[in-house]
Design a binder for this molecule. Structure first.
Ligand SMILES: *Cc1c(COP(=O)(O)O)cnc(C)c1O
Length: 223
């Protein structure tokens, strides 16, 4: 299957999941996760009408995207991976949305980077809904305070929440929790669901699903 065929298939599954959930089909956005795949694959996806992409490493995004973007002004980039504070400035310069804001030090670094760059990408706060020690994200119990701190304390443009449920666990309660937390804070963007579980995420209210493998194929090396 080509990338164009995969994309068509995923778009159809998203539309079906929206229908099933009684949601408008345009209420869910597909973030095509191109990490580890070459710029040529991104070009193929662009040719198939995909404009929204996700990368989890700033350095890789910096190598792939600026050149492509010059020829495709509609292209949008979400940074979806764990972010070191010393990469905040590059992320602010490159991204349209940073989905992985998860701690006060990073929030401060992003705020400072926005000042310096004169650019304010939208932000999502990542919640570690499964309390997994190896995973990024603010804990459920700290989410309310952290959301308020970022928005009211630092004046950051937080527009929503993101999560990655624990592998091998039923994801729906995690999705439901995230959507509920976003609603409680009046946040309209909920990024959840990947190749294996995006339909369940749509049922629970995802506005953005992040799909990599099902579009671009298996990654040659883990990230
Ligand atoms: C890699 C990645 C994805 C995509 O995962 P697939 O299972 O390949 O669809 C989604 N979100 C994040 C944060 C990722 O790092």
């Amino acid at each position: 299957m080509s990338i164009a065929q995969n994309l068509a298939h995923i778009r159809q599954r998203i539309a079906d999941a929206c229908d099933l959930a009684g949601r408008p089909r345009d209420s869910v956005h597909l973030v095509a996760v191109s990490k580890t795949h070459p710029a040529d694959s991104v070009v193929e996806a662009l040719a198939a009408g995909q404009t929204l992409f996700g990368e989890n490493r700033v350095q890789e995004a910096a190598q792939k995207f600026p050149t492509l973007r010059a020829g495709h002004p509609a292209m949008r980039l979400h940074i979806i991976g764990g972010l070191q504070t010393n990469k905040a400035r590059d992320a602010v310069r490159l991204a349209d949305v940073i989905e992985s804001l998860d701690r006060p030090k990073l929030a401060e670094a992003i705020a400072a980077a926005m000042e310096k760059e004169g650019r304010r990408p939208d932000l999502l706060i990542q919640v570690n809904t499964g309390a997994e020690p190896q995973k990024n994200g603010v804990g459920r119990e700290d989410a309310d305070d952290f959301i308020r701190h970022c928005r009211e304390g630092l004046g950051l443009p937080v527009i929503g929440l993101m999560c990655i449920p624990p592998a091998g666990e039923e994801p729906r309660p995690h999705f439901a929790w995230l959507a509920e937390c976003a609603a409680r804070h009046g946040l309209g963007t909920v990024s959840m669901g990947m190749s294996g579980d995006f339909e369940a995420a749509i049922r629970e209210g995802a506005t953005h699903v992040r799909v990599g493998t099902a579009i671009f194929g298996h990654r040659d090396y883990p990230v």
